[in-house]
Design a binder for this molecule. Structure first.
Ligand SMILES: [Zn+2]
Ligand SMILES: [Zn+2]
Length: 137
């Protein structure tokens, strides 16, 4: 049995391998999330401060929902902005903008890329060899 401290209230609870919150906090978290989600959908241009005040859910929590990709900024919401953790560009959900997530994905694959490049180099050598022969003619 895995007993841990709840990240929200610090109480001990049985960890299920999924949530870092105890049962009560998780339930409250779900309710908060629902409230925020409904409010944001009903008030598409709402500022995060207003959303927080109206729903009584902390801004940190709302930002967390956005970062987790649970909540998405709908429509044009100039007040409710989230920025890419890498380049600072405004995004609607998650942690990174499309470009950065693509680049990060590419970075993860760089191990494979290096291998592919090595093979490419061999091929380039062949090409060079061929062009040199052509030049000599
Ligand atoms: Zn708790
Ligand atoms: Zn970015």
């Amino acid at each position: 049995m895995d007993i841990r401290n709840c990240k929200e209230c610090g109480k001990l609870f049985q960890y299920d391998g999924i949530s870092k919150l105890c049962y009560q906090c998780r339930r409250r978290d779900d309710e908060d999330f629902k409230k925020v989600k409904e409010y944001v959908y009903d008030h598409p241009g709402a500022n995060i401060t207003i959303v927080s005040e109206e729903t009584e859910v902390s801004e940190d929590k709302i930002l967390r929902y956005l970062r987790e990709g649970k909540l998405e900024i709908v429509g044009e919401s100039p007040g409710l902005v989230l920025d890419c953790e890498r380049c600072g560009k405004a995004i609607r959900t998650g942690r990174y903008c499309e470009e950065c997530s693509r680049e990060i994905e590419r970075g993860l694959k760089s191990g494979f890329d290096r291998f592919a490049k090595k093979r490419e180099k061999f091929r380039e050598k062949d090409k060079m060899y061929i062009t040199e022969i052509k030049k000599k003619r």
